[in-house]
Design a protein around this ligand. Structure first.
Ligand code: G
Ligand code: G
Ligand code: G
Ligand code: NA
Ligand code: MN
Length: 255
């Protein structure tokens, strides 16, 4: 209850922050875009509280609805700034929770956020965890189709840990699988993980989905993933999540 009150206050006072983790094309070793990650500092300790602790509370209290709008708005405003700096190819991925999908205004909210900043729909990517995707695909199929028909991409996050959603992947408009980092951590030593990751990459390639590995932390993992044909990489090896100022600095330094 206390945390719920503090979260409401944070939204009113605009003290939430977004950090951005770059995603890379491992062949060209270039940044292709970002995942927006919500950050919140506890007002008393000033320490970051982990999103897995406060996002469930924001969901239970319904705060995730106005907070989600703020995230969309903020992420699009930021991407627009980077496009205007001369990087119009960069994309922005935004995580959505189940509660947000169940809100009737979500399609509108997404549409309004990217059009307000004159961003192409193709620059926007929505990440749903495998579990949220499966739990909502039947009831909210229209939303997902409308979204992807509009040109926004849909990624299945934490792929492999939740339900097995193979039949859905064939029939629904998914663009990308994100291999969960629990399968990446012990590559290439852990034989089970080697098999699972090979299978996911093979599956993605065979049904024409993009595949990105998350949580890549070292050269050995990267080399293995490249050998298996996984082109897109996210993780501390290339970059941890950064503030908007840090990203802007990196982009400026490239010129
Ligand atoms: O940033 P970190 O890796 O600690 O994120 C922990 C979890 O919080 C991840 O599952 C991530 O997807 C989730 N998360 C981070 N930012 C957002 C957000 O803006 N919206 C939602 N719904 N989940 C988020
Ligand atoms: O559930 P989701 O995949 O959205 O979670 C993203 C979270 O993973 C973020 O909190 C981010 O900080 C974290 N993360 C990103 N890259 C790495 C990595 O290479 N290693 C680890 N351990 N965590 C990572
Ligand atoms: O910040 P860090 O030391 O984790 O960065 C590791 C590598 O990732 C560096 O080679 C850096 O150039 C690259 N990198 C991080 N963020 C970006 C980015 O936004 N754009 C590009 N092109 N490279 C980045
Ligand atoms: Na995510
Ligand atoms: Mn993820």
């Amino acid at each position: 209850v206390e945390l719920a009150r503090l979260l409401r206050q944070a939204l009113d006072n605009k003290t939430f922050e977004l950090h951005y983790q770059p995603k890379f094309d491992s062949e060209s070793v270039s940044c292709i875009g970002f995942e927006a990650l919500l950050r919140w500092r506890h007002p008393e300790t000033n320490e970051f509280v982990r999103p897995d602790i406060f996002i469930p509370i924001a969901e239970e209290t319904g705060l995730i609805i106005p907070l989600g709008k703020w995230i969309l708005e903020q992420a699009c405003a930021q991407l627009k700034q980077w496009h205007d700096m001369g990087y119009p190819e960069l994309s922005m991925a935004i995580n959505l929770s189940g509660r947000q999908i169940q809100a009737s205004s979500l399609y509108q909210d997404i549409y309004q956020a990217y059009t307000r900043y004159e961003l192409p729909s193709s620059a926007i990517e929505i990440e749903l965890t495998e579990q949220v995707f499966i739990e909502n695909i039947i009831q909210h199929e229209n939303f997902m189709r409308k979204l992807t028909n509009s040109g926004v991409s849909l990624s299945i996050d934490d792929f492999g840990v939740g339900y097995s959603s193979l039949s859905y992947l064939k029939n629904f408009p998914v663009d990308t699988l994100k291999i969960d980092r629990s399968f990446i951590q012990e590559l290439p030593q852990n034989y089970n993980d080697v098999c699972i990751v090979k299978a996911i990459i093979g599956l993605a390639n065979s049904i024409d989905l993009k595949v990105i590995a998350e949580g890549v932390e070292n050269k050995e993992q990267l080399t293995f993933l490249n050998q298996q044909g996984c082109k897109y990489i996210q993780g501390y090896y290339f970059s941890k999540p950064l503030t908007s100022e840090q990203i802007t600095q990196k982009l400026t330094a490239e010129d």
